[in-house]
Design a protein around this ligand. Sequence first.
Ligand SMILES: Nc1nc2c(ncn2[C@@H]2O[C@H](COP(=O)(O)OP(=O)(O)OP(=O)(O)O)[C@@H](O)[C@H]2O)c(=O)[nH]1
Ligand SMILES: [Mg+2]
Length: 325
Amino acid sequence: MDFQNIPPVEKADFHLDVAFHRANVKGSAFRDSLKTNDKLQKAKSIELEKIKIIKKTLMERMSKIMTAFPDFSGLSEFYREMVIALCDLDEIKHSLGAVRWANKNINIFSTKYSEKIRKCKDMNVISRYKKEYYGRISSVLKQISKALLFLDDARRNLRQLPKIDEELFTVTLFGFPNIGKSTLLSKLTTSKPDIKPYAFTTKGLNLGFLEHKHCKIQIIDCPGTLNRFNTMNAIEKVAYLAVSHLADLVIYVYDLTEPYSLDEQKKLRKVINKPTILYLSKTDLLLKQDVNEFLGKNAGFIDLELLKQKIFEEADKKKFTKKED
Ligand SMILES: Nc1nc2c(ncn2[C@@H]2O[C@H](COP(=O)(O)OP(=O)(O)OP(=O)(O)O)[C@@H](O)[C@H]2O)c(=O)[nH]1
Ligand SMILES: [Mg+2]
């Protein structure tokens, strides 16, 4: 599922400006090409041509918006829940419905006013119909202006969802914010996620890959989470969903330099009900004695090569289990 390439959804006024400007430019060129000296016929032909251009421009633009969003009915459970966590799925559907409604009405009004102008016998009436047509079309677009704004907002939120292969052996990096999860992803793989010295830098899912026995292993760096299951924000939900739906293995990252106590970090670890291995980050900032004490009490990793070997071991086990099934 590709949510990252949905193009920007422009505002209502922008669509109108493009369509009316195009109609003016092409309408002028069309006027110059007309051979007839019959003023009424000439005025009719120009206005009909302009309506044709406005209709085509706007309907193409509306169709592009409708097809840019993926078919939400075919989403896997993971993607469906992710979309719901990141934006209001019903409102997206409602807004796309509004765009469909606008498309239909642009067609209806364009046909109706073309008919009226075609039958006109008076220049002044042509001018009146022209104004009416522009007013109706502007009103249709204005009526969907909120829907267009909403869709552009939704598009921006959905961009946080990378294209995930749900079939691959998947490892998720999980833990409190600012503890070095993205740094770990950048050390394990060639991925270059944003790394900053403050919490909630990662807002979506960062992906990296390892190769093992000619197979890809997918590593997902999750946003940081606080241990507050019932009051978590949308960013934290993304992390929980990635763990619960995608993880074959979780690397739970501990950090003894951040303000979160070891007890708090242990409590958060307990919410994971997936095979989990521990990694202690920022050991360069710790006393050797503290690192050893931690490792003595918790079977964790600090060495990247050993951590990778462990991931490969777990991947092998999973394949074995799958074969057994
Ligand atoms: N000295 C040292 N700093 C580290 C290490 N790992 C991470 N950091 C620093 O810790 C800060 C946070 O690192 P990130 O990798 O962005 O942490 P994160 O867990 O992904 O943070 P969120 O995305 O906000 O949850 C950055 O300033 C990193 O440079 C480490 O092993 N040693
Ligand atoms: Mg991060």
